[in-house]
Write a protein that binds this ligand. Structure first.
Ligand code: ZN
Ligand code: FE
Length: 258
């Protein structure tokens, strides 16, 4: 799926987080996306011989920023994070928001403001590489819990991500796919794409294989949080013809109680 100029390493950490390393072989620059644990991050870098130049944080939660200060001290790297969460990102050097760009060598990522899971959450979109790092906003067949945002905010954030090209690789920060898919089937049980995908996910997870990255196209076809306009989902949750955000809110509420 990934034929970009970037080399991307994906390392499982904690119980279900993914740590990502993004390496530009031309410049040698390397970014760490959302480091939770110093030791795991250092080991992953050493295994590849990469020296990190940046941390890209998507949001302030500890499982995404826990190693910021230790890694900054160790490598003297530059920490980039959400402007709206500037005070909650340890060691932040550069605060960015919607419309800003960050660079790894000559390769640019657009910053997309995606509040909902937290009030300051951002995503990094390498448009030329068709790669998205979206933290805890969009998951495979799921979306982040609304700790600091409303359903309307999260729906508007997901709408921005849905406008990206279908073949954009989506690197989400947790392996929640199996549980998300089980829930998705309760609100969208007749969706053939969803049923086929769940069969595939069960095979992958039985062998311990990651289901991340996913893609925008796959999510638009199977993720109930991207499909509140679906007649079938509206019928299942008893909200035929209701406003899209009301359907989205109901699906999110059901997932919270699943
Ligand atoms: Zn989070
Ligand atoms: Fe998280």
């Amino acid at each position: 799926m990934n034929n970009s100029r970037l080399e991307i390493a994906q390392i499982p950490v904690l119980s279900d987080n993914y740590l990502f390393l993004i390496h530009d072989p031309t410049s040698g620059e390397t970014a760490i996306v959302d480091p939770a644990i110093e030791e795991d991050t250092v080991a992953a870098l050493n295994a590849r011989g990469w020296t990190p130049t940046h941390i890209f944080n998507t949001h302030h939660h500890w499982d995404h920023t826990g190693a910021n200060l230790a890694l900054k001290e160790r490598y003297g790297l530059t920490i980039i994070g959400p402007a709206a969460d500037r005070d909650r990102i340890p060691g932040i050097d550069i605060a960015v928001g919607e419309g800003d760009q960050v660079h790894l060598g000559d390769i640019a990522a657009d910053v997309i403001f995606v509040p909902g899971h937290t009030s300051g959450h951002i995503a990094y979109h390498f448009a030329g590489e068709k790669v998205l790092f979206c933290g805890d906003t969009l998951f495979a067949m799921g979306c982040g819990r609304l700790f600091e945002g409303t359903p309307d905010e999260m729906w508007s954030s997901l709408t921005k991500l849905m406008s990206l090209p279908d073949d954009t690789a989506v690197y989400c920060a947790h392996e929640y796919t199996m549980a998300n898919g089980r829930f998705a089937l309760t609100v969208d049980p007749e969706n053939p794409d969803l049923k086929a995908r769940m069969a595939e996910v069960e095979r992958l997870r039985a062998d311990g294989i990651p289901t991340v990255p996913t893609s925008i196209g796959i999510e638009k076809a199977t993720n109930p949080f991207m499909r509140p306009m679906s007649d079938h989902i509206q019928e299942t949750v008893g909200l035929i013809g209701a406003p899209i955000t009301a359907v989205f809110a109901e699906v999110r509420k059901r997932k919270d109680n699943f």
